[in-house]
Design a protein around this ligand. Structure first.
Ligand code: FAD
Length: 375
């Protein structure tokens, strides 16, 4: 077993890996920026693993259990809330397939007449239990505190410039402050993972993002979280009573000033034209309290599922954990467990196969964007 492990990247994946490894490893967590200040800090705190990992119930249950166990630690609270998705008549057969899964019910749209607009195109509604939300600031601060309490050394403002390989094995990393030797390296550098490992292990990872806005609408505590597949959007009530709405934004190429400008147009269309026809609480003149047009990229893969692997064609003692496509925070507990399993060879309480790099035939970033909402 590797004793000294360097984890590159202190987003939710790196923090979760540190959390799971700390009890019997000497862990150094390095980040080019502040601890937990990357893309993870921009997440909406929507914790819906059963929705977003529909084919992986054991993975999702483990992820949900983690939040339940962490509840009350530090400043973290896990707020349980159902997640609903309106079903158009044309999507009825697919919804029935989904409803055959455990914990997903399919009810008449009338049950949610107070949530959906009279003109909403929905016939029925899928309802997921075992979902919830949290303040991501509280989650990251609590994870940071917990890993430090477990003996992890956290080194912010320390960019890693390369992963060092000798005789086919990873031996450490080069940082802007010099070499750090280690028995194993975990690269959890989000959208930077591909470029950081370019000379070591080609990866099919590219950037995409979500953009978020807070709407001043009158929704009460207990308002269900939800989403619309065709809109590519999700929503949840915030603690201060606003409606947070997130909209998927694929980059068709590397992001630039031009692509960022189009984020705003897309959001305006969603809020002024599309959402008011779906949610009873949202009018066409809704007041957008704040836009968060997120320039910090999340990372995606050809099948929109992350890579957590110690690939056979890579150097020994290297684990990659990246590409979580809008669903990394909700999977924190399972990502950490999977990294540990890859590094130690221990069994995980779920299959690691969906995260194996070998499932991809090609390794470049030139693949079509797969929306999270089409699965
Ligand atoms: C607006 C928005 C809303 C979202 N909402 C949700 C949500 O509600 N629920 C959910 O589950 N997911 C959500 N996501 C997705 C989620 O944020 C990501 O899947 C997750 O944060 C990815 O975590 P990560 O640790 O892989 O990457 P990151 O958080 O990007 O962490 C990678 C870290 O690596 C560091 N790094 C990069 N290069 C180097 C280097 N060379 N040397 C050292 N450090 C380096 C970076 O500074 C960064 O801190 C959202 C994403 C966005 C953009």
């Amino acid at each position: 077993m590797a004793d000294e492990v360097v984890i590159v990247g202190s987003g939710i994946a790196g923090l979760a890996a540190a959390y799971r490894l700390a009890r019997d490893h000497d862990v150094l967590l390095v980040d080019r920026s502040g601890i937990g200040e990357g893309t993870s800090s921009r997440a909406s705190g929507v914790l819906t693993a059963p929705v977003d990992y529909p084919d992986q119930p054991a993975w999702s249950a483990h992820a949900t259990q983690f939040f339940s166990d962490l509840d009350g630690t530090g400043t973290f609270s896990w707020i349980e809330r159902e997640f609903i998705r309106g079903v158009r008549p044309a999507d009825s057969d697919a919804a029935e397939d989904t409803a055959r899964a455990d914990g997903v019910s399919l009810v008449d749209a009338d049950v949610y007449a107070d949530v959906f607009d009279d003109d909403a195109p929905y016939e029925r509604v899928l309802v997921w239990e075992d979902c919830g939300y949290c303040s991501v600031d509280d989650l990251l601060a609590t994870m940071h505190r917990e890993v430090r309490n477990r003996g992890v050394e956290c080194r912010p403002d320390t960019a890693v410039t390369s992963v060092l390989v000798e005789d086919g094995a990873t031996v450490g990393v080069e940082t802007v402050y010099g070499t750090v030797e280690a028995d194993a390296v975990v690269v959890a550098a989000g959208s930077q993972t591909r470029s950081l490992l370019a000379d070591v292990l080609p990866l099919p990872i590219k950037k995409f993002t979500w953009n978020v806005a807070y709407l001043d609408v009158d929704v009460a505590e207990g308002y269900p979280m939800g989403g619309d597949q065709r809109l590519g959007a999700y929503w949840r009530r915030t603690r201060d009573g606003y409606l947070l709405v997130g909209v998927e934004h694929p980059y068709e190429s590397e992001p630039s000033a031009d692509t960022e400008a189009t984020f705003g147009d897309r959001l305006d269309t969603v809020f002024a034209e599309e959402l008011p026809t779906m949610l009873a609480a949202v009018d066409r003149d809704v007041n957008v309290v704040r836009y968060e047009v997120c320039p910090m990229a999340d990372a995606t893969t050809p099948d929109a599922t992350g890579i957590i692997d110690a690939p056979a064609d890579g150097p020994d003692d290297l684990v990659v954990a990246a590409g979580f496509h809008g669903a990394g925070v909700m999977a924190a507990g399972s990502i950490g467990t999977a990294v540990r399993a890859r590094l130690t060879g221990e069994d995980a309480p779920f299959s690691l196969d969906p995260f194996a790099l070998s499932r991809f035939d090609t390794r470049g970033p030139e693949f079509p964007f797969k929306t999270l909402f089409s699965s």
